[in-house]
Design a protein around this ligand. Structure first.
Ligand SMILES: CC(C)(COP(=O)(O)OP(=O)(O)OC[C@H]1O[C@@H](n2cnc3c(N)ncnc32)[C@H](O)[C@@H]1OP(=O)(O)O)[C@@H](O)C(=O)NCCC(=O)NCCS
Length: 173
């Protein structure tokens, strides 16, 4: 395993730059983490104020410094504005396993943006972090998330309450 997120691994795809999040992203993070559409199927504490968003950004950056987890800000190449986030968390170094999480501003959904981000981040997880398994856990009614995971080869693993667990194994070890 190669858990080393400093210097931060900025990733680039055809339309996107996945960069480190910083304090100037506070309004966009506040929007995402308080938006009903986003929160419908995800079990995170709702941000009540911009200050909650600032604290969240600080927590993420501390985790990055400690090489414990990583979150990228998803931005379009034409400007630097955060339109979503994607992360690896619950990283289990012993079992070379991590959980993937993501959210996208409703205006930017339905354009294949998360597909592009997921593909790149999973590549990074397998090739650079040297993960063997990526897991995703999501609400059974979250059909957009299910579709995205299936498109990327994730398969059903188990169910826990209303949440499904899907996983993707590295193919060429
Ligand atoms: C889950 C989530 C990220 C999926 O976003 P998304 O935009 O549907 O995902 P994708 O990037 O895969 O885009 C797929 C859609 O873009 C369309 N699309 C348009 N242009 C495309 C392109 N160039 N390439 C690929 N797909 C394209 C696809 O047809 C598809 O639309 P459809 O589902 O209506 O057929 C989003 O719904 C979200 O943020 N939800 C709230 C947070 C959340 O639930 N997170 C997951 C917790 S587990």
């Amino acid at each position: 395993m190669n858990l080393n997120f400093i210097p931060f691994p900025t990733l680039t795809t055809e339309r996107l730059i996945l960069r480190r999040m910083n304090i100037t992203d506070q309004n966009e993070i506040f929007f995402l983490r308080s938006n009903e559409n986003i929160l419908e199927f995800i079990d995170i504490p709702k941000a009540e104020t911009v200050d909650d968003a600032i604290k969240f950004i600080e927590k993420i950056n501390n985790n990055i410094e400690a090489n414990e987890s990583i979150m990228w800000a998803i931005t379009l190449k034409e400007n630097n504005t955060l339109v979503g986030t994607i992360c690896f968390w619950n990283i289990d170094a012993e079992n070379k396993k991590a959980e993937i999480g993501y959210m996208l501003h409703p205006q930017f959904q339905g354009k294949g943006i998360m597909q592009e981000a997921v593909e790149k981040v999973i590549d990074y997880g397998f090739a650079t972090i040297q993960l063997s398994l990526v897991v995703a856990d999501f609400h059974e009614k979250n059909l957009r998330s299910l579709k995205l995971l299936e498109k990327n080869g994730f398969i059903y693993e188990t169910k826990s309450g209303d949440y499904l667990v899907y996983s993707l194994q590295k193919t060429n070890p």
